[in-house]
Each structure stands twice: as C-alpha cells, then as structure tokens.
Design a protein around this ligand. Sequence first.
Ligand code: PLP
Length: 380
Amino acid sequence: MFEKIVGFIKSLYPAENPVPLHAPRFSGNEKKYLMDCIDTTYVSYVGQYVSRFEDEIRQLTGAKYAVAVSSGTAALHVALLLADVSPGDEVITQPLTFVATANAISYRSAQPVFVDVERSTLGLDPDELNDFLISNGILKLDGRCYNKITGRKIAACVPMHTLGHPVRIDQIIEICQRYKIPIIEDAAEALGSFYMGQHAGTFGDIGILSFNGNKPVTTGGGGMIITNDEILAAKARHLTTTAKEPHPWEFVHDEVGYNYRMPNINAAVGCAQMECFAGILENKRATAQMYNQFFQEIGVPFITEPAHARSNYWMNAIVLKDRLEREQFLAYSRGKGIQTRPVWRLMPNLPMYRHCQCTELNTAQGLEERLVNIPSSVRI
Ligand SMILES: *Cc1c(COP(=O)(O)O)cnc(C)c1O
C-alpha cells in the first residue's frame, strides 16, 4: 500500500525530487513588483502595495476592513488585544492547531482552555463547546461569561479552520453569543475557503489570515486582520503602527503600540500572488479530487471538505490505522523522497500548555496519532 501511495504522489509531482510538502510558487508578477519597490525605494512601510494587497483581500473575503501585518501570529496577538483579552482571562480554543494560536493567548498572559475537535471538520466541536459551557460557564452581572471552576473570565473563543477546512462556525457563533463570548477566527490556513458561501474568517468579530511561506498565498511572511467593524479596524491599524497619531513631523504615540505593519516588499509579492489566486485554488482543489479518488480506491480515509463548505484544500491529509502504521508510513515515504508530516502535537502535550484546562480530547488524540499530511503544492 505504501508503495502505491508513494508512486501516486510522484506521478502528481514528476518534476520534483524530493517532493516538498508545500512549496511556494512564483509564476506571476512577483519579480516585477519587487523590482518596482527597489527602484522607487518604497521597500518599507510606505508604498502602494500594502493598501492594494488589503483591497485584494477585502474583495476576496468580503470583509469590510483588512489590516495587513507582519505575520499571522501578530494578527492573532492584536485580535486578542482588540477583543479585550486581559491577563488572567481564559480563552477557549482547540488542542489541534499550530502553536501560534495558543502562543498568542499567552502573549496576553491569558490561559488557553482546550475543547475537543470533531472528526468531520478537524476543528472546534460546537457540541463539545456547548457541553463545556453548560458545565463550566456562568453569566455574571457584568454581562460576561466566567468559568465556574477557576473563577476566570472566558474572554474569547478562537476556533481554527484546520488545514483550510471550515469549522461549523454558525453553530459556534450561536453558542458563544448566548454566553457573550467574542469570537476570533484563526483562518490562517483558510484563504479561499468558504462556509455556506461566506469566506472563513468573516463570521466572528475578528478574523486573521497568514501569508507565511507555506500558506496558499505567501508574502514571504505576513498576516491580515479582517473585520466588518469599523472601530475595531481603526484600532487594529493604530496598534499595529506603533500607535502613532497622524502628524506630518511630530512623533506622538498615545498608547503602547506594536511595530506589526506589513512592509511594502512583502505586500508586493502578495499582490502578484493574488493575481494568480483563482488558478491556485482551482489547481489545489483538482489535486485534492485526484487524491480523493485514489485513496477511495485503496481504502485509506482522505480528509475532504465538510458539509456546506468549500475548502481551499491547503494541506491534504490521510488518516492511517494507528500510530505504528503512521510511523512506518512517515519513514517509508521520507526514504523515497516524499515529504510527509504528522499533524501537530496537541497543545496540551507541549510543556508550556500541559497545565491547561481541557475537555476529554478523544477525537483530537486520535487525529494526533493517525493523521498525516501529504504533498499539497500547486502542481506545475
Ligand atoms: C500559520 C499559522 C499561524 C501563524 O501564522 P504566521 O504567519 O506563521 O505567524 C497561526 N495559526 C495557524 C493555524 C497557522 O497555521
């Protein structure tokens, strides 16, 4: 079986040896726009590409406002600040995620609380969330939800659209609204993914995107804060540009801000990538379809888009029988020049998050042991 899988992956990426997990592709105007930055000397925070890139993202996602920042992690950090997540608060998120989701919560000196994911979306399970809040949440007189057991405020909920597959965000929003918990969507992996026809990251109060080198669109490094709330957007822009008051020459800053603005050279690459994005999406979805058919034929579960969702298929994945089979497949495929990777170690299995409150994590644990990511670059 392993031999068949490796043969099939090689047939999808015949020109690459080894076959990378996810390589960026630069087939458009990237060089031209970069040269333009250098020729005009607008390489840093001034220049036309940043606002143009923000416009592109607003158009694609339908978000009213988009603020470009230096990374997805920075976007999460600021999003949590905007949601008023404060030291000593708790933030509900999922155990199966990239570490940045939990780290951003720690940057606010808040505590992550991990609620299990569901198999159908790989993301936060609304039913588990509901059960958790029924047993642990209580609305107090200040109109906010507190954890009955720890006494801490549950200041936000951060669902993540895993591998580009949308969570059941409508259900999550309904539950969180009942408990007055703001929602920040970690859509770092989900550019081009839609749920019920609406772009991932635009359902909650704030959404974030990432443009790291391995994401569906890259700016080298970069991120975006998206929201429909004008005031939050203005605050995001202010906080990410050192909280400087607009003035032609004076340096006046009215609070502790951050140097999180995306530089023009990064945005230039993003603009060029966005010109090709329709093709990128089509290519990725076609690859996933071929994988799906192949894995159906050999009887290996392949992760497909959930109901009511249209996924970007950022990173394709299969679920093997058990940890042993996974280890054997990783070793075999890597030996044959195919980059494969187990999914992330669950957050509460990392030393800095070991002490955090969790629900039973049966589904996340099963996925941690058995899920393997397989090559997913755009095919050339
Ligand atoms: C990539 C990623 C981030 C962080 O983005 P960076 O741009 O690398 O800082 C955050 N959350 C998730 C789920 C990611 O996959």
